[in-house]
Design a protein around this ligand. Structure first.
Ligand SMILES: NC(=O)c1ccc[n+]([C@@H]2O[C@H](COP(=O)([O-])OP(=O)(O)OC[C@H]3O[C@@H](n4cnc5c(N)ncnc54)[C@H](OP(=O)(O)O)[C@@H]3O)[C@@H](O)[C@H]2O)c1
Length: 185
């Protein structure tokens, strides 16, 4: 079994968007039930990984070890702005090397975006938690994965060998649910 378990987390609109046309996550995609689910998942993770614009900005965020992708450095470097963060440029160093530098050799890595970062790990997720807000549409928004909207987020996860489990309701009033997509053995 691999030493690092990789999980993905995103909430998307009905049309597969994770942010609006200005690259901002709009309030209409924010639901208390999803926020609580996401917070608990990140509290359990050993490491959070994201692109420079996808910091989750929660009360517990400063306590979390994280890797931030950026092209401002060549390979791996400490983040001068955050003692718990490691900056990583995948062009110059492997994922495993970045995790090791962050002090995490085993455990769960939570990948939280943005789209290009989700795409990089598509063949490596052990589990991807796809939250869906079925009544929200963001025309012209930022697609959650490379390949959306030509294909749906679900089609892309399936094409990468992931299969849906039982959805959990996160917000009944808005019919927001999360579905775990797991790699078949
Ligand atoms: N709905 C959701 O669940 C959800 C989830 C995640 C994000 N979002 C939203 O989506 C938006 C952020 O998206 P974004 O497109 O800006 O993506 P992002 O991946 O957060 O940030 C892009 C930046 O990350 C760095 N980066 C990304 N891929 C890299 C690579 N392969 N190699 C090196 N550096 C890399 C680069 O930083 P440098 O410019 O420093 O080189 C790039 O400019 C935000 O509004 C965020 O709130 C929503």
């Amino acid at each position: 079994m691999a030493a690092l378990r990789i999980e993905g987390y995103v909430i998307v609109s009905a049309d597969g968007m994770l942010a609006d046309a200005h690259n901002v996550m709009p309030d209409e995609l924010k639901f208390e039930g999803d926020k609580a689910f996401f917070t608990a998942a990140l509290d359990r993770a050993d490491l959070v990984l994201h692109g420079r614009n996808s910091y989750e900005d929660q009360p517990n965020s400063p306590r979390r070890k994280r890797i931030i992708l950026t092209r401002k450095i060549d390979a791996i470097a400490p983040d001068p702005a955050n003692p718990k963060a490691t900056l990583w440029n995948p062009a110059g160093a492997s994922f495993e090397a970045a995790c090791s530098r962050a002090g995490v050799e085993t455990g769960t890595v939570a990948v939280i975006g943005g789209p290009g970062v989700f795409g990089m790990f598509m063949d490596r997720y052990d589990e991807f938690w796809l939250s869906l807000a079925p009544h929200v549409h963001i025309p012209g928004g930022e697609p959650c994965f490379p390949g959306v909207p030509a294909r749906s987020p679900q089609d892309i996860l399936a094409a990468h060998g992931l299969r849906p489990g039982k959805p959990q309701m996160l917000d009944a009033a808005h019919e927001v649910s999360v579905t775990p997509w797991r790699r078949s053995p």
